[in-house]
Design a protein around this ligand. Sequence first.
Ligand SMILES: [Zn+2]
Length: 253
Amino acid sequence: MSGFTTTAIMLHRIHYGDNDLIISFFTPDKGKISIIAKAAKKSTKRFGPILELFSVLQVVCSNGRRQGMMYLQEAALKHSFVDIRTDVKKTAYASYWAELINTWVEEKKTQSQLYDLFLLALEALNCGKISDEMLSVFFQLKFLNINGLSPDLRQCRECGIPVEQTPHTRLIFDLVKGGLQCPECSSGGTGRLTLSKGVLKQLQWIGQHNLETAQRLWFSPPALQESLAFMETFVPFHTGRQLRSLKFLRQIR
Ligand SMILES: [Zn+2]
């Protein structure tokens, strides 16, 4: 039986039969993979209590006789992110990011940039130096960027006037058209959000910088709320995913 060893972050797990689990892992070299962990529920001796969401593990897997089936043979804990798991709001943010990746990424397609982003975001969420909300804005902007889905926040999509040159303090983002409109060009209708010039500039700036630089940017509480509301509307709309964890996040926040 052939096999492999890799580092893996646990994205999702479902019960399979009385004793087994099917686990979705996100790996740096194999992308998203689904693995059967035999007897994981019945016996804690085999894997111990380490098969938890968001844990970073070193896993040894084998390929089964049936095409495409993979089995977990061994797992060793590298990071447990205990401060995420013991905080309901942090758990809700991490669940949202994990569900986004789990529903968006194709199986066995390497996405090392996205893996690095997820790991970085989990580490920062666990250590707590940056606010959870700011971190989620950062994660979503970079997620969109890596997947070629970034919204153009620089100018009105109709007349081309740059954001900083409009006399208006707020612009309209049309979700269906996927772009900004100045009030003169806005045609009305549903699926529209308004965003302040300041928020548009801050989102653009974060999108161009790494986390270390981006975390120095100060967001006023209303600006942060506006940014989060925009990202959490834009991301599900443009990925076409209904995310259950986002509902939960909104409830507990
Ligand atoms: Zn315009």
